[in-house]
Design a protein around this ligand. Structure first.
Ligand SMILES: Cc1ncc(COP(=O)(O)O)c(C=O)c1O
Length: 312
């Protein structure tokens, strides 16, 4: 006989245990320590991973810290996964963990195929949503494929530190422990839907202003020209055609516009053999779209960008 309870009572339905840390990298290290029986089982990562003297590498440091064997796969010039190259690589090499980064909060367009590839090769799929908290926690698009999802909270909320790991594969939870459990209350104290819509509005406004510039398509191109309905940006990435990226970055920051370059320097193991990724890291610049940005200030931001393009 069919019965339906009055309220949900099964604690396992849609359960995704969440753990909180000082940073995403700390959570990644906790995960790797728990799931790798032997560091030689290996971790496969995309070949576009940044490094800085101050911060090291948020993605790669935990892999180094646990002494895991690392491999790298190629990306397309919009930073989506080159699934054909990855499949070819997996015919001859094997890894226990596959990391997919949804750069700047953009859900990788071929995530469903990546899920199948991971299953076919017995790999755990890490969905790196360091930039994609709102892409994942709003409608769930970017967050619905990983065995483990990784979030960098300090990049998306006004907190000095914070990372979160969630486990759709609940059986992967063994020894993991939160080191910053109070962060759960902090992030639930913000209106995620309003933040997401402010970020989308800022992104779309800047894209419109950039498209209207005569330099669009020649002096610079949009790396992420169209925002999908489920995605919420961390920043808006643009590719500068000339060799003036560093000058534009410096002058705009001096003028008070918080531009970043994700990433201006790549980690040492991918500096050879990945030309497209290294070339992009020399030309990329990211516009701020976060929730503190007022839409009325965006014309001045884009005007400053245009002036720098002309002057440098
Ligand atoms: C794609 C990506 N994943 C993970 C991380 C690690 O984040 P966190 O600084 O919270 O350790 C970063 C930042 O360094 C990142 O850019």
């Amino acid at each position: 006989m069919t019965t339906i309870t009055k309220t949900a009572v099964d604690p396992q339905t849609q359960l995704q245990p969440a753990f909180f840390y000082a940073s995403a990298r700390e959570g990644m290290e906790d995960f790797l320590t728990a799931v790798l029986d032997d560091p030689q089982e290996g971790v496969l990562l995309p070949a576009y991973i940044g490094w800085s003297a101050n911060e090291g590498s948020g993605v790669f440091d935990p892999v180094l810290n646990v002494g895991a064997r690392a491999g790298f796969y190629a990306l397309h010039d919009d930073l989506s996964v080159d699934v054909e190259a990855l499949s070819a690589m997996l015919k001859t090499e094997s890894f226990r963990v596959l990391v997919v980064i949804h750069y700047f909060g953009r859900t990788d367009p071929r995530t469903a195929e990546l899920r199948q590839l991971a299953d076919r090769h017995g790999m755990l799929l890490v969905s790196d949503l360091a930039h994609g908290f709102y892409s994942s926690r709003g409608t769930g698009g970017a967050g619905s494929f990983g065995d483990m999802n990784l979030f960098s909270l300090h990049k998306m909320f006004p907190v000095g530190e914070g990372g979160m790991i969630t486990y759709p594969r609940t059986d992967l939870v063994t020894s993991q422990k939160s080191t910053r459990p109070a962060l759960a209350s902090t992030i639930l104290s913000y209106n995620w839907a309003s933040i997401a819509s402010a970020r989308r509005r800022n992104f779309e406004t800047i894209v419109e202003l950039l498209r209207a510039l005569p330099e669009h398509g020649t002096a610079f191109t949009l790396i992420w020209p169209r925002l999908d309905a489920d995605d919420v940006p961390q920043t808006l990435p643009v590719r500068i055609a000339g060799d003036n990226r560093d000058a534009i970055y410096r002058v705009m920051n001096e003028a008070g516009f918080g531009m970043v370059s994700l990433y201006h320097t790549l980690i040492e193991p991918v500096r050879i053999g990945f030309e497209l990724e290294n070339d992009l890291s020399k030309h990329i610049i990211n516009f701020p779209v976060h929730q503190d940005v007022a839409v009325d200030d965006l014309s001045a931001l884009v005007a400053s960008f245009q002036m720098c393009l002309k002057a440098n």
